[in-house]
Design a protein around this ligand. Structure first.
Ligand SMILES: *Cc1c(COP(=O)(O)O)cnc(C)c1O
Length: 392
């Protein structure tokens, strides 16, 4: 079958091979420890499920407005006001089928062929592919591990060309869990505004920040910054709603309208009753989120401690999200590996631990371990990694 150039250039997800292999082993009854999950391991809070159930029973099972039901748009607008001190009218907001869909619609709406998007490494796997599908060109800059994997304003500046359209900022980050400080962001915002670069701020982990650190959105720095930012957010991570496909974007009205038009000819509205669930998530009790955060902090601390006890592995302590991104280069060298994919594959084969090699995020020396797994599984998995690296 002849396929379009558009899809032919898509790199298949490098994480899929290892996930498929892990699943196959599990099916065979092998005791695999899965540390690859990109989603919270908690159930969606009950009041959210009840709200969606009720909506379904009440007949809210039909098409809605493409941008989302007015009640939800209003709740999102109020969330921005309350949490971020940002004012968005409901016309500046679109509800999408997950944050991923919001990003996809955004790139389809702002990029012309050859337009460049600056993407910091390590990046979330989908950014470069989404940019490419929208005929854009990903331009990479690498956040040094010594700087907690964060890029500097200077690096952003050096990557800007006349074709630069946007910069992606993901704080807290997947896969590193790092968060940018107010000062770091301020400098990056300055560069972007000087060169008229749109800031795409993926704030999906906004609520998963620990140790009293604060979330700062680049849109809050000035009126100009506000006008030059599109915020992406969603329900998946804070409310354990990954399967519901509920995300949203906020920004310039013309951009949002373009995204709505695009949705109107592709996905149409996001699932009607899921929107009522999302409404309950934003307006209901936040205690389940607090409980999840408390649990994540405990696990993070333990995981970082245990990983750093392994000879050849070093692990920074992240301030947000639910991943650690340890450097395994010394362990690899010691064991005779020069490829993090092969090392991860061997770990799965020998010790039955599934994690995600850094290659999918643009890193050759790191692996991503998700602590969205029980403490028992985490301890067991890291014990096995230790045995793999240090020998029995
Ligand atoms: C999970 C995730 C998203 C969006 O996920 P959805 O389930 O599509 O809302 C976006 N960005 C990052 C960095 C993520 O990790």
């Amino acid at each position: 079958m002849k396929l379009s150039k558009r899809v032919s250039i898509l790199a298949p997800s490098p994480t899929l091979a290892i996930t498929a292999k892990a699943n196959e082993l599990k099916r065979q009854g092998v005791d695999v420890v899965g540390l690859g999950a990109g989603e919270p391991d908690f159930n969606t809070p009950a009041h959210i499920i009840e709200a969606a159930e009720k909506a379904m029973r009440e007949g809210k099972t039909k098409y809605t407005a493409t941008a989302g039901i007015p009640e939800l748009l209003k709740a999102i607008s109020e969330k921005f006001e309350r949490d971020n001190g940002l004012t968005y009218s409901t016309k500046q907001i679109i509800v999408t089928n997950g944050g991923k869909h919001a990003l996809y619609n955004l790139f389809m709406s702002i990029l012309d062929p050859g337009d460049e998007v600056i993407i910091p490494i390590p990046y979330w796997v989908s950014y470069p592919e989404m940019v490419k599908v929208a005929d854009g060109v990903p331009v990479f800059i690498e956040g040094a591990e010594s700087n907690a994997f964060k890029v500097t304003a200077q690096q952003v500046k050096e990557a800007i060309t006349p074709r630069t359209r946007a910069l992606i900022i993901n704080s807290p980050s997947n896969p590193t869990g790092s968060i940018y400080t107010r000062k770091e962001l301020e400098e990056i915002v300055d560069v972007c505004l000087t060169h008229k670069v749109l800031m795409v701020s993926d704030e999906i982990y906004e609520k998963l920040i620990y140790d009293g650190h604060e979330h700062v959105s680049v849109a809050t720095f000035s009126k100009e910054a506000y006008e030059n930012t599109v915020i992406i957010n969603g329900m998946s991570k804070p409310y354990s709603m990954t399967g519901w496909r509920m995300g949203y974007a906020a920004g310039n009205e013309a951009v949002i309208q373009a995204m709505v038009d695009l949705s109107s000819h592709s996905t149409s509205n996001p699932t009607s009753f899921a929107q009522y669930g999302a409404l309950a998530a934003l307006t209901g009790p936040q205690e389940p989120l607090e409980m999840m955060k408390r649990e994540f902090v405990k696990r993070r601390d333990r995981v970082v401690e245990l990983l750093n006890q392994i000879d050849g592995i070093t692990c920074l302590k992240p301030e947000g999200a639910f991943y650690v991104f340890p450097n395994v280069s010394k362990a690899m060298a010691k064991m005779g590996y020069d490829d993090v994919d092969k090392w991860s594959e061997a770990l799965l084969e020998k010790e039955k631990v599934a994690l995600v090699p850094g290659s999918g995020f643009g890193s050759k020396e790191n692996v991503r371990i998700s602590y969205a797994a029980s403490m028992e599984q985490l301890e067991k998995g890291i014990e096995r990694i230790k045995r793999f690296v240090e020998g029995a």
